[in-house]
Design a protein around this ligand. Sequence first.
Ligand SMILES: [Fe+2]
Ligand SMILES: [Fe+2]
Length: 174
Amino acid sequence: MLVSLGLHPDRGDGPDGLLLACHDRIRTFTSMAARLAAGGDAPPDRVRDAAERLLRYFRDAFPLHHDDEEESVMPRLRATGDAALAGTLEVLSAQHGELVPLVESLVETWKELKERPGDLAALTDRLVPPTARLAEVLAAHLEIEESVMIPAVSRLPAGEREAIGREMRARRGA
Ligand SMILES: [Fe+2]
Ligand SMILES: [Fe+2]
């Protein structure tokens, strides 16, 4: 599987720019999920198309972003010994812990919708509350990452930053 790793238009190709580009995609697909959940009487072919795109993004690409943060970014930031930063990373990891099962359950629902797009209304209860929760957690989560974690990545020594970028590309087979 090859997942593309885009560049943020306002940043270079450093790890902070790569992470921000991932966040742009997360926001795009979270908005798409909200539109689908509110879709009510949308035509089945549009429901199928949205469900398939959401399924692909949240099943294949979204977990890689978590791995980038948990395996490449956070250990290096913890190693700086900044106690306040470590406290923020605890909050972010706890949010990851809620996001993973939430996304997994939505992936299962989008799979069903892809097969049976006419069931959108019948699946409302399994779609609307978790989609709303996803948007809520992600809004807070991305805000903290962009105000604290990513600026801290920008301050890491060049060698550490290069290693993060290299690991992110390797994770996607790039
Ligand atoms: Fe995150
Ligand atoms: Fe993130």
